[in-house]
Design a binder for this molecule. Structure first.
Ligand SMILES: C[S@@+](CC[C@H](N)C(=O)[O-])C[C@H]1O[C@@H](n2cnc3c(N)ncnc32)[C@H](O)[C@@H]1O
Length: 278
């Protein structure tokens, strides 16, 4: 791999799913390059990507591409039916009844492979944790994990977080987790960031008063941007840190977080509390 290629890969912000392993661009350019060469890579939905040809770099326009569906995805989904909320009103109503036995509802946006989902649900059995993920190929791994571990208080919805208000009503949700969301570094894609003002307005439409957003990222620029957006949208900031694990591991790690932490990348975290709905 040429230095130029390595640099290019490092400077792209993206997540790639390759044989069920996520690769970010941090220090994993070699793995990415092998994946490209073997044509076994898959891109997450709506992820910026480029096409590389051995010997020459040829960048495409920014495009979106659906992740290839695994051939056995549907039967795997069906075998985890217990934890899946299908996107129909009828099923939603049933789920809402189920939910009343829990003290609180929390959401996790973009759960990926679900280490955090399972870990968080286990330590808070009084809370129903709804994991929202728009890429079913990632979500199925999380669903299988939750089913295998027999965790009762997790449900999954395969959808875009932009549609939250179609499912949850005002004052219904106590907490939202956003972990290592795609940073969408280009200015023209700001609105796709899950902490952009447009998304925060959606979250305000479902959060309770003093409801919380728990946000973690490895991306410093995204973190600073998000802090500004939270303040602008009436959230009070608490527990702000730019190196969460400086004194040893704190809290439940996500799959991405574990990988970044093992590479020595500092993790940023904050809690944004909804104090002014406006
Ligand atoms: C970089 S991965 C992080 C996964 C996991 N949170 C972790 O930390 O290991 C981001 C995940 O968010 C999902 N995602 C991105 N935008 C989304 C959206 N608008 N709605 C739902 N899921 C989204 C992606 O499909 C991907 O699985």
């Amino acid at each position: 791999m040429t230095e130029q290629m390595t640099q290019t890969l490092r400077h792209r912000s993206k997540a790639i799913n390759y044989d069920n392993n996520y690769f970010a661009d941090h220090g994993e350019a070699n793995s990415l390059w092998s994946a490209f060469l073997s044509h076994h890579f898959q891109f997450c939905d709506n992820t910026e990507f480029m096409i590389l040809y051995p010997g020459n770099i040829k960048l495409t326009e920014t495009q979106t591409m659906r992740m290839r569906k695994k051939p056995n995805l549907l039967p795997r989904m069906e075998s985890c039916e217990r934890v899946l909320i299908k996107n129909t009103n009828e099923t939603m109503d049933e789920w809402k009844k189920d939910c009343r036995q829990y003290k609180e509802i929390a959401l996790e946006l973009g759960c990926g492979k679900g280490s955090f989902t399972a870990g968080t649900a286990k330590v808070a059995p009084d809370t129903m944790l709804i994991a929202i993920e728009k890429v079913p190929n990632a979500m199925i791994v999380a669903m299988e994990r939750v089913c295998e571990e027999g965790i009762a208080n997790v449900r999954f919805i395969d959808m875009d977080a932009a549609n939250l208000v179609q499912i949850f009503s005002e004052n219904e949700v106590s907490r939202i987790y956003i972990n290592f969301c795609d940073p969408w570094p280009a200015n023209k894609h700001i609105k796709r960031r899950l902490t952009d003002a447009g998304f925060l307005k959606i979250y305000k439409g479902v959060l309770k008063p003093a409801g919380e957003i728990h946000f973690k990222t490895d991306n410093k620029d995204l973190f600073e941007f998000s802090l500004r957006q939270f303040s602008k949208e009436g959230f009070t900031l608490e527990e702000v840190t730019r190196d969460l694990h400086a004194q040893g591991v704190i809290g439940i790690m996500t799959d991405y977080e574990a990988k970044f932490h093992s590479q020595g990348v500092p993790i940023c975290r904050c809690v944004a509390k909804l104090m002014d709905r406006r």
